[in-house]
Design a binder for this molecule. Structure first.
Ligand code: FEO
Length: 372
């Protein structure tokens, strides 16, 4: 993938990773991109880098426009290695380059790359960097989604480099939202939010307030396509997701089964919910990954979770789901635990304990001995 011009003197120079299928446990069935951005001015700036294995691809894209050794500033919006992996190579090429990042970014980059000499210039919200005719303004966004995360606004050109916020995991030839299409864009953005950003609703609300005063013509996230057509729609979706707004008529059933009894309970619950006016999506953990389940329940108000008892526990698939959902912590839901058992019957209680810990409104559990 070659460099892509965004505006005069501003380019996407990142990498497209068609093969990545697992992002620290989160499945990425259609790959991802690692977006880096080059801004030419009296001083030359590179915003974020790429995963280490894509370093050459990024440097080749930069070389289409300018010698990478001429880069004066590197703005590191986020330490995570999918965005900082090429930094050691870049620092070797540009020994006098200044690294602009948050104070937590300086700590993180120093820990990840202890052997790389970097001339740090830590910034806080409201600080600016002038590179000639351009002025960058920084907005720290701690815990969206790491403590070091920040975004960068390019005044005048009205570009927001939002890093992991407002991104999507998708690999393809499209670089802009209007090339991808609205439905596909929001499907991938929802999947991404549910699996990465969901625990940080309060921090997302603060970020949206902090950038609310900016006039924005293009949002340039660190994954997926850039937004120039559906900016309002994406910001609106983030506001709804951060507020834990759900569709009151949408239900998701997540279950596993041993000999079909818990499946029968799931079928019965699905029929009851449909009769009650819900649209229902029923997902079996045997063939549905936990990250797919999370995407499904992002907009669902009612979530039923079922599993038989196995060795006085839940099945391993359900243990993984409960751990994952508890960490991602969706709020403002109504739920119900269900499951079959033969003699001891602990599974429903284990599930209900997690649903209660999430603060959900809980309906009475459904338990069945042997066969419903
Ligand atoms: Fe895309 Fe938090 O790294």
């Amino acid at each position: 993938m070659s460099a892509v011009k965004i505006k005069d003197n501003i380019y996407w120079v990142g990498a497209v990773d068609r093969d990545v299928r697992n992002f620290h446990g989160y499945l990425t069935p259609v790959g991802s991109t690692y977006n880096a951005y080059l801004v030419l001015d009296e001083k030359i700036t590179l915003i974020d880098t790429v995963k280490a294995s894509f370093t050459d691809e990024m440097l080749d894209n930069i070389r289409e426009i300018v010698d990478p050794a001429k880069i004066d500033y590197h703005i590191s919006n986020h330490t995570e290695p999918d965005h900082s992996g090429a930094l050691p190579a870049l620092a070797a090429l540009c020994p006098n380059m200044k690294v602009i990042c948050s104070p937590n970014g300086q700590k993180g980059l120093s820990a990840y790359y202890p052997d790389v000499r970097m001339d740090f210039q830590p910034v806080k919200t409201g600080d600016t960097l002038n590179t000639g005719k351009f002025t960058f303004e920084f907005v720290l966004m701690p815990l969206v989604h790491w403590p070091d995360s920040m975004s960068t606004y390019l005044r005048g050109e009205e570009l927001l480099f939002s890093n992991d916020a407002l991104g999507q995991h998708i690999a393809g030839p499209e670089r802009f939202d209007d090339e991808l299409g609205y439905d596909r864009l929001m499907e991938r953005a929802g999947d991404y939010y549910a699996n990465i950003v969901l625990p940080f609703g309060a921090q997302v609300k603060k970020l949206l307030a902090d950038i609310g005063g900016f006039s924005i013509s293009v949002i340039c996230p660190s994954h997926g396509v850039m937004l120039r057509k559906y900016i309002g729609e994406m910001v609106g979706a983030y506001a709804r997701w951060a507020a834990s707004e759900t569709d009151p008529a949408r239900a998701v059933i997540v279950y596993d089964t041993m000999w079909g009894s818990t499946r029968m309970l799931a079928d019965g619950l699905e029929a009851d919910l449909r009769a009650g006016g819900y649209t229902v999506e029923t997902l079996c953990l045997r063939d549905t990954h936990v990250s797919t389940c999370m995407a499904a329940l992002l907009d669902a108000h009612y979530i039923a979770v079922g599993c038989p008892t196995l060795n006085r526990q839940v099945m391993p698939t359900m243990a993984a789901f409960l751990s994952y959902v508890r960490g991602l912590s969706p709020k403002n839901r109504r739920g119900r635990a269900f499951g079959s058992y033969g003699w001891s019957g602990e599974s429903v209680g284990i599930i209900e304990e997690t649903l209660k810990a999430l603060g959900w409104e809980i309906d009475p559990p459904v338990k069945s001995v042997w066969r419903p």
